[in-house]
Design a protein around this ligand. Structure first.
Ligand code: C2E
Ligand code: MG
Ligand code: MG
Ligand code: MG
Length: 285
């Protein structure tokens, strides 16, 4: 695939993945070596407070700089990592990379938070909470600056074990968010059962809300319900100023999406943040 643009390579790869089981097996072999060969990369995407316009932090998003396939997105390898058990190594790599960056960010009037995506499979690891506790200490990270984002599938998978793990994480002092809210089953009961601090409304509801009254109603009632239960609300997929304005009117707390900033190498975040605040903070006030 040498010489083709990254996006085309990813498409070629996506087709190959569906068609070719052998390809999957060889990719799995590659994935086993990827961690050792240091081929994973940490990107991040900013989160902005809708009232002040200030950057509150970012979400860590992993990529795989594959030597032949180019930059591979997580939708093409996280599932494979989960099914093969490699996710433990991926998560461990992401935690270390994320904490080392967070450690290096300047602490000022708005100490930045960093959100990390945790897979359902990570909760099958009985030592996950202790591992995270140890890493927080080793990197000397204030747990209040760390968030974990869990999809609803992580919550359904083994609710008993997950509840124990989530309570353990809460006791460390980190924040927990439900990711892709609304796409799983019986979302509402999770809000009551699990000690979560916030809800990320899935982009599939946010993106069409200007044209679809149904999507708009779902977004509005999720914001209302979340606030009634004292949870903060993050909207994903904020791609335009019009969407930003509509969500701000609806009382959404935090926004994330291409309108604000696309995922970037995490080393670039402090500089991006300085640029955003210089451009936007006075205007949004
Ligand atoms: P997610 O946590 O829901 O992350 C949001 C995804 O939406 C990201 O895709 C992001 O790049 C994309 N996105 C953000 N804003 C916009 C927008 O305005 N428009 C559109 N169309 N898309 C937007 P990405 O980076 O490809 O990640 C996909 C998923 O992979 C993530 O969904 C998350 O579930 C998973 N993932 C990413 N990093 C990790 C990781 O380190 N560990 C685990 N277990 N999963 C991860
Ligand atoms: Mg997420
Ligand atoms: Mg999400
Ligand atoms: Mg999503």
């Amino acid at each position: 695939y040498h010489g083709t643009p990254v996006t085309d390579r990813v498409k070629v790869f996506a087709n190959a993945r569906a068609a070719d089981y052998a390809g999957r097996l060889s990719l799995l072999g590659d994935l086993r070596r990827a961690v050792e060969r240091n081929e994973l990369r940490l990107y991040c995407q900013p989160k902005v407070d809708m009232r002040s316009g200030k950057v509150t932090g970012a979400e860590a998003l992993v990529r795989w700089a594959h030597p032949r396939l180019g930059m591979v997105l997580p939708s093409h390898f996280i599932q494979l990592a989960e099914q093969s058990g490699m996710i433990t190594h991926v998560t461990n790599w992401v935690l270390n990379a994320a904490f080392s960056q967070l450690r290096a960010w300047p602490v000022d009037d708005t100490p930045q938070t960093l959100a990390i995506n945790i897979s359902a499979y990570d909760f099958r690891n009985p030592t996950i909470v202790r591992q995270i506790d140890n890493l927080l200490s080793a990197w000397r990270i204030d747990p209040a600056r760390v968030q974990f984002e869990l999809t609803e599938s992580a919550l359904i998978d083994d609710p008993g074990a997950t509840l124990v793990a989530l309570s353990g994480l809460k006791a460390l002092g980190v924040e927990l968010l439900i990711d892709d809210f609304g796409t799983g089953y019986s979302s509402l009961s999770y809000l009551q059962k699990f000690p979560v601090d916030g809800i990320k409304i899935d982009q599939s509801f946010v993106m069409p809300m200007l044209d679809s009254p149904d999507s708009a109603a779902i977004v509005r009632s999720t914001i209302e319900l979340g606030h009634t239960l004292s949870r903060h609300i993050v909207a994903e997929g904020v791609e335009s100023e019009a969407l930003w304005e509509r969500l701000a009117d609806e009382g959404c707390d935090v926004a994330q999406g291409y309108f604000i900033g696309e995922p970037m190498p995490i080393e670039d975040f402090p500089q991006w943040r300085a640029g955003w605040e210089a451009r936007h903070v006075p205007k949004i006030h």
